[in-house]
Design a protein around this ligand. Structure first.
Ligand code: WT7
Length: 644
């Protein structure tokens, strides 16, 4: 079952930043002498006070701490803007492509600099200080990047919440980090449909006393209520501000942002990233992984509400002085050719998207792709979930016409940047494999007991040592950080993913080994969906698992036990789906709800998810040992009524 291998095209190797020999040499140095390696590459940024210390890391569960460049100081916004003004002030920093194909804009580095300074001044005037948390709940409009960079400029810590999250999800994130300000828009626009962002924010804010000010960007012009003394419009507060704003001097380890992500238990965790190491890593991976060359047009289709948007739409590309395309819309509006039309329209050279988007467009056939030229394309990228070889081949042959390397990039919100990936000029590709580690990254596979496995094998994916982009803590809960990542396998960072390593040392991510599911590249804790379901008055108990889904990768399968006396009707099923949408957001909508008179439990009352997963996967032959079940007949009922 050897996979087909796609060698590096000679032309790519010749012009690339690194070829295989250089990759090998750099990788060797990066793991043998990380201090020398990162000490050198940290210089890619402009430091206010240069660092003399490079790395201070401990994974010892009694004393987990991660510090990089920790006696240096810098400002992240100044690195993304100010230092480019002299050389590329008139170069386009952001190409904005609106939801409507007739709506677009080009923003130069000087433009962006001025907008950021004005917003930063407005925020300072409202009392936002270094260290304060600011929640950003915006659509994909330039003001999202402006707001992020304005926070970075004044040392405020942003916490972006994806516009698809409900008022409840927004509110709990605002409260967890006690944000003092919310930046939102009247409404968002996606696929021609309006998203009521300000209305959602108002609902969330009914119970968030820490928030003193709300800044509202006018996107659609829709009428929204403004709360006197709390709410103001972006265009009003920025209008008369000076276009200069002194950047705050930040220690390398001062926080840059918080981003909430789901785990296997409890509420979403506030993943905290800091300034120096994060930017070194985001910018370096952006340059090397995409082989980015000055003047190229680079497009990452993610939303800034996810970490991909943070690192690879805003911080990495702008630190590198790149031209980054920001897209407000969706892949199938106004037609399923939209991605390819935008590539031609803006002459995109590097295109980075998610397998779920590829699969949904693949279903439409080759015709909508072939209507476009795509001659500008040079590199393709994939992120968010394993890409199945069939989708990979279609992406490679149809979209890239067999001439563009695909970088399948594995990473996580926690890792800040890409950890396992091909480099276009260095790595022969195998469809479905994220291939080899980036510089400084030491992956290892362990068995359930934590023994390191060698050679070609399969196990749980851990990382042996730190890299500069690694998260530093869970906001407000360092113990949870330690428990989640550093106690399962002593001395290693545990990723939560399963993985296979082949005879060439290539890594193949097989998916999560914990109770986290990946739906269309969006990560969701099954526990969160379960607690939303049991919060409904008619639900007694719920268990949620993932199951294979053609387009989404994984779908959401919920087993629901109703309160005694409640009727399991289709109407109630619809009501529960709607309930989860309003509790968490549309991305958490269950695909299947199965009524379960009982759930398979051990005699000590623990739900046996392994069995529920098998039933959802339609894999009854492999139920495994059911002898420890308190009531084995429960399983027969679930099998009989599967998916009903
Ligand atoms: C989880 C992290 C990385 C930014 C977007 C998602 C899965 C991510 C890949 C890939 C196989 C992948 C993993 C990981 N994942 N990229 N190229 N191949 N799996 O960030 O929401 O933090 O999710 O996404 O399971 O643990 P995230």
């Amino acid at each position: 079952m050897d996979a087909q291998v796609f060698p590096v095209p000679e032309a790519t190797a010749k012009n690339a930043l690194v070829d295989d020999a250089k990759y090998q040499a750099m990788y060797k140095q990066s793991v043998e002498d990380p201090t020398a390696f990162w000490g050198e590459h940290g210089k890619r940024l402009d430091w206010i006070k240069p660092y003399t210390q490079v790395k201070d890391v401990s994974y010892d569960p009694h004393d987990v701490h991660i510090k990089w460049f920790h006696d240096g100081s810098l400002n992240v916004a100044a690195n993304c803007l100010d230092r480019h003004l002299a050389t590329r002030g008139d170069q386009v920093a952001i190409i904005w492509e609106g939801d409507d194909p007739n709506d677009d804009a080009k923003i130069t580095y000087r433009d962006l600099y001025e907008r950021v300074c004005k917003m930063a001044n407005a925020m300072r005037e409202m009392g936002v200080k270094k260290g304060d948390r600011v929640c950003i709940y915006l659509p994909m409009i330039p003001e999202a990047a402006v707001s992020m960079l304005a926070c970075a400029r004044i040392g405020a810590v942003h916490s972006i919440v994806f516009g698809g999250f409900s008022p409840d999800s927004l509110g709990s994130r605002i409260k967890d980090s006690e944000c003092v300000m919310v930046i939102t828009a009247d409404e968002g626009l996606r696929g021609g449909r309006k998203v009521p962002l300000k209305t959602n924010a108002d609902k969330a804010l009914e119970d968030c006393p820490s928030v003193k000010n709300v800044i509202v960007v006018r996107r659609t012009g829709g009428a929204v209520p403004m709360v006197e003394g709390r709410d103001s419009y972006y265009h009003d507060v920025t209008a008369n501000q000076p276009a200069e704003c002194a950047p705050e001097e930040m220690n390398a380890e001062d926080p840059l942002f918080i981003l909430y992500t789901s785990g296997s238990t409890g509420s979403p965790k506030g993943v905290l990233h800091t300034s120096g190491g994060y930017l070194v890593y985001a910018s370096m991976t952006h340059e090397y992984v995409f082989d980015y060359k000055d003047g190229e047009i680079y497009w990452c289709t993610a939303d800034v509400g996810w970490v991909t948007g943070h690192s690879y739409i805003v911080y990495g590309p702008l630190a590198n002085g790149a031209t980054s395309l920001m897209f407000e819309g969706i892949p199938n509006y106004p037609s399923v050719s939209r991605f390819w039309d935008v590539i031609d329209k803006h002459q995109v050279n590097i295109f980075y998207t998610a397998p779920t988007a590829i699969r949904s467009l693949m279903r439409e056939g080759e015709e909508p792709v072939k209507k476009s030229s795509r001659k500008s394309l040079r590199i393709l990228g994939s992120v968010g979930e394993p890409i199945n070889p069939e989708a990979w081949m279609w992406y490679y042959n149809v979209v890239g016409e067999g001439r563009c390397p695909i970088v399948d990039t594995w990473w996580q919100t926690e890792t800040g940047g890409i950890l396992i990936t091909p480099l276009p000029g260095a790595t022969a590709l195998k469809p479905g494999s994220a291939t080899r580690p980036f510089f400084g990254v030491q992956p290892l596979l362990v068995d359930a007991e934590g023994n390191e496995l060698s050679g070609a094998t399969e196990g749980n994916l851990c990382i042996a040592d730190s890299w500069p982009g690694q998260m530093r803590t869970v906001y407000g809960d360092h113990e949870r950080f330690v428990q989640t990542y550093f106690t399962t396998y002593k001395g290693y960072y545990f990723t939560g993913d399963g993985c296979r390593r082949d005879e060439d040392g290539y890594y193949w991510i097989t998916g999560r080994v914990d109770d986290v599911i990946n739906v269309s590249g969006h990560r969701m804790g099954t526990a969160e969906i379960e607690s939303a379901l049991v919060a409904h008055a008619k639900v007694a108990e719920a268990a949620v698992v993932g199951y294979p889904h053609d387009i989404k990768g994984q779908g959401i399968y919920a087993y629901v036990t109703l309160v005694a006396g409640e009727e399991p009707t289709d109407a109630l099923r619809k009501e529960l789906v709607g309930w989860v949408r309003t509790e968490i957001g549309p991305i958490a909508s269950p695909d299947v709800i199965q009524w379960a008179p009982g759930l398979p439990k051990t005699r000590s009352g623990k739900i046996m998810r392994r069995i529920l997963r098998k039933i959802a996967e339609n894999d009854f032959g492999a139920l495994g040992d059911t002898s420890t079940l308190a009531d084995p007949s429960v399983v027969d009922d679930l099998i009989e009524n599967r998916g009903a």
